[in-house]
Ligand binder design. Sequence first.
Ligand SMILES: [Cu+2]
Length: 284
Amino acid sequence: MVTMAMALFHRRRARAGHPPLRIDNHRERRFGRAVVGATASTVLILAALTLTSFFAGRSVASLSGTATLTVRITGHQWWWEIRYPGDNPSRMIVTANEIHVPVGEPVKIKLDSPDVIHSFWVPALGGKRDLIPGRPSELTLIADKPGVYRGQCAEFCGYQHAHMAITVIAESREAFDMWRSRQDAAAAAPVGDEERRGQQAFLSTGCALCHTVRGTPANGTIGPDLTHLASRRALAADTLAMTPGALAAWIADPQSTKPGAKMPRVALSADDLNAVATYLGSLE
Ligand SMILES: [Cu+2]
């Protein structure tokens, strides 16, 4: 850029003064040296960046052998399904849009997509990997510091692509193990009348065709697993905060919050709506 600016400036100066009519050998040689110098330094800078990127990529890839945890992520239009395989296949944790990882430990992330191409990207943790239908890929991440890292689908995947965020929560090993054992449990049984009514309405109005709540007959897999819905920080891939009001608003009319989302509007009476929201809000 510097040499280009010099060349432009030089040209303007030459036009303003007397254009050189006669070839000056001394000047030609000087220009020749400058061009060679600029080209060589460009090549060197590019080579250094390429080598750094190559070695950084290799050291990141070598982490995958040492990963202490595997997380499977499936991209859907427009949310992320997250599974933690357990020692026993029936103990697999299924959640959505929020990954918990132990800090300082390499985590292998396996990616796939059943619909269109998505791209997993959490900028603060580096790496970006496409989720291509029929071509599983993987990536290893390591969070050096505890914290909450926001990620985003980085490949245009349809109408609600912008509302397809993913959150990585890096926490201490102890906190992670506690989270994991809580997620491992089946959903809490409804306690009060309102929750019981909510569960009834949930099971009888079609929600259960698309959603799973472990410990109940609901075992649909089209939408996010709701077994521990209220333990998550946000709804619908970080579109709404997890508050009782937002939850009720989402259930009442998902299409006005996230037009095109693959959850239809389900007709519920006002009382049933409140009861369902209370019930789901109790699933911590
Ligand atoms: Cu996407």
